[in-house]
Ligand binder design. Structure first.
Ligand code: GLA
Length: 491
């Protein structure tokens, strides 16, 4: 491992001949490599309470110049090895995934807040120059409508002011080379030789490249750094944020128009078919289509989107229980399969198509577990629509009550809560000024979300964190979050 000062990070133990040989082999195979030589950001310890109001995000990007205009000779003209990596550096590096599990496991979990300046600085440390493009893809918190997206139902998430950032420069060839600053991973692949090795965060980037190419996009290579401040495994969609920002980067580098809904769908396909998680469309769609100070009502069947303003009198507080679940290994896929199976039995396309009346009429046909799962989905869809309407009317009290009902349904009927989530929600609700609280995301651990009166938000955050720590012995983190814009370039 090299020190921080070495911009190349070449492992000193490798001789130059061995490096060249290994480099040639690896170029051929286009495998993933990982290094451990990138300086971490300032650590953010556990148990933190973030109470400061973040600065608003810079607005939309101007038109990008194409640094390598297409010369009309077709893709192969760009396949030359025009390496812009720092001179003298063995670009292929040596690895060591150490059997890392196939998730964004540690990514960004330790990071402090990230902005354009941070990610551009890390790019500069790595490449010795300023990035040509910077993009961000936000995480999300779901306010209501849980486990309804894959049942063709309704959800009401908002994009949060924590994101995955990429700073990069285009390449003339079709190599993609990525330094993941937070995990110190390095990965690379050639766009003509995509192979799923199932290791490391690079698979999300590769999966999106695969999905875009499947759709017929001609992609160009790039090299850059990825930095994030979305807590991982917390139910705030760090993986969707990485997928969507990757799509945004490919659109910029490859010069095709940014269509947020289409890109969200292609990012979801990457997650479903490359990563292997059968998630619904919510996470990618909100990361791509979020709007500052708004929640987004999504009809997950028609993909009709309605921006719903968040009243300035309230704050959304994310309450991280400090407990984690593995989405791939969790009961998520099993819940989804059970819902689909029940829809088949009812001979409908999805559980969304079962009305409350029909459910009640046929309730006796179902076993107890199925009855509870279906009841959750039907009632949650109804709550989500009512919650969106309440928000539009500025009726935050009704919104809060619906959040609590949602939590009870997820806990008792869908059975995806956990003791830590239940404790967090209970503690939050016992504090003055809390209008409502519930678990958020897939469940089994991760975060709860609370809606609180704006003026008590900071006190609430501190007091809830303290009480939760004392009662559960888990280390919480609390974020007062603003709704942000969806993925975009940040000039
Ligand atoms: C995860 C999935 C989403 C959604 C939620 C539960 O976040 O990625 O698609 O199903 O769980 O609402």
């Amino acid at each position: 491992m090299t020190g921080r000062g070495d911009p190349c990070g070449c492992p000193p133990s490798i001789t130059s001949t061995a490096r060249q040989k290994r480099s040639a082999q690896l170029k051929q195979k286009a495998q993933i490599k990982e290094t451990t030589d990138f300086a971490p950001l300032g650590a953010r310890g556990p148990g933190s309470v973030e109470t400061s109001e973040p600065a608003p995000w810079p607005q939309k990007a101007g038109k990008l110049q194409d640094p390598f205009p297409v010369d009309g000779k077709g893709p192969t003209a760009h396949h030359k090895w025009l390496n812009t990596w720092p001179a003298s550096c063995d670009r292929t590096r040596v690895q060591s995934s150490g059997g890392r599990s196939f998730q964004l496991d540690a990514m960004s979990a330790q990071s402090g807040r990230v902005d354009r300046h941070t990610v551009a600085g890390i790019f500069h440390q790595t490449f010795g120059t300023q990035p040509e493009i910077v993009a961000r893809g936000p995480g999300r918190v779901n306010l209501i409508g849980e486990h309804t997206d894959y049942n063709d139902g309704f959800v009401l998430p908002m994009a949060i002011d924590r994101a995955i950032w990429v700073a990069l420069r285009p390449r003339r060839d079709r190599w993609v080379m990525v330094h993941f600053n937070d995990t110190k991973q390095y990965g690379e692949f050639h766009l003509d030789a995509l192979r799923n090795t199932g290791e490391g965060s690079i698979e999300y980037v590769k999966g999106v490249a695969w999905s875009l190419q499947e759709e017929g996009f001609f992609l160009r290579g790039w090299e850059g750094v990825v930095v994030g401040d979305v807590p991982v495994g917390a139910g705030l969609s760090s993986s969707a944020a990485l997928e969507v920002v990757t799509a945004r980067v490919f659109a910029a580098v490859s010069q095709f128009p940014w269509d947020p809904v289409k890109m969200a769908l292609l990012s979801q396909r990457a997650e479903n078919r490359w990563v292997g998680v059968q998630c619904g469309i919510m996470d990618q769609l909100i990361s791509a289509c979020g709007q500052a100070d708004h929640a987004l009502l999504i009809d997950c069947r028609s993909l009709e989107l309605q921006q719903v303003p968040l009243p300035p009198s309230v704050r959304v507080v994310i309450l991280d229980t400090g407990t984690r679940r593995g989405l791939v290994d969790s009961a998520y896929n099993e819940r989804r399969a059970a819902c689909e199976h029940t829809a088949e039995q009812f001979r409908v396309r999805a559980l969304r198509d079962i009305s409350l009346e029909e459910f009640e009429r046929r309730a006796a046909e179902m076993d107890e577990t199925t009855r509870k799962r279906v009841r959750h989905v039907i009632s949650e869809n109804d709550r989500t629509l009512r919650a969106a309407e309440a928000l539009r009317q500025g009726d935050v009290a009704t919104f809060g009550r619906l959040m609590v009902e949602s939590h009870v349904s997820l806990r008792d009927d869908f059975e995806v809560s956990s003791p830590a989530l239940d404790a967090m929600v209970e503690i939050a609700l016992s504090h003055p000024g809390c209008l409502g609280a519930r678990m958020t995301g897939a469940g089994f651990g991760g975060c709860a979300v609370a809606l609180v009166e704006a003026e008590i938000a900071e006190t609430f955050a501190q007091n809830v964190a303290e009480e939760y720590r004392q009662k559960t012995k888990h280390e919480p983190a609390v974020y007062i979050s603003r709704a942000s814009d969806g993925a975009d370039l940040v000039p």
